[in-house]
Design a protein. Structure first.
Length: 157
């Protein structure tokens, strides 16, 4: 069986996305750690978060500087939403929290993409483990995930 990183790289290639998963010297488990390791800004880090919409998983790709507003998700999907626990995350994605990539999951997962990510030329996503990351673009993120743009962030103030 392929490693988590290999699975992500193979999926990117199969989708025709020209991105290379690279291993960092240190963990990029948090958006801040990833930004520091890459010399980029936290908002350009993609956080891949798994929620449960009833019995079905929901992947939310959000900017590293944003928090997801669960009430907005519930309004968008017209059903109760909760954060998935670690076991559910691994069951649906095949990855552990801290290294969840946008692609290569064990099961197909409906995906919502934070519209704030569209303002950047370059984005950085987890590559299957906390030390792996790949560079991508907003357009490629939409394409690789078949995601739907949405307003998912908590409003400040």
């Amino acid at each position: 069986m392929a490693s988590a990183v290999e699975r992500v790289q193979q999926t990117l290639q199969q989708l025709g996305i020209k991105a290379e998963v690279v291993l960092l010297e240190q963990s990029a488990r948090t958006a801040q750690q990833a930004a520091d390791a890459l010399g980029t800004t936290v908002p350009q880090i993609i956080k891949s978060l798994i929620f449960m919409a009833g019995d079905a998983p929901l992947l939310v790709e959000t900017s590293g500087s944003n928090r997801v507003d669960v009430q907005k998700l519930e309004a968008l999907l017209d059903q109760p939403i909760r954060r998935a626990n670690a076991d559910e995350v691994r069951q649906w994605t095949g990855f552990a929290i801290g290294g969840i990539p946008p692609v290569g999951h064990a099961h197909a997962i409906k995906t919502l993409i934070d519209q704030d990510l569209m303002q950047y030329d370059d984005l950085f996503a987890a590559g299957g483990i906390p030390e792996a990351i790949f560079k991508t673009t907003p357009q490629d993120l939409l394409e690789m995930t078949n995601g739907q743009l949405a307003d998912v962030k908590e409003d400040s103030g």
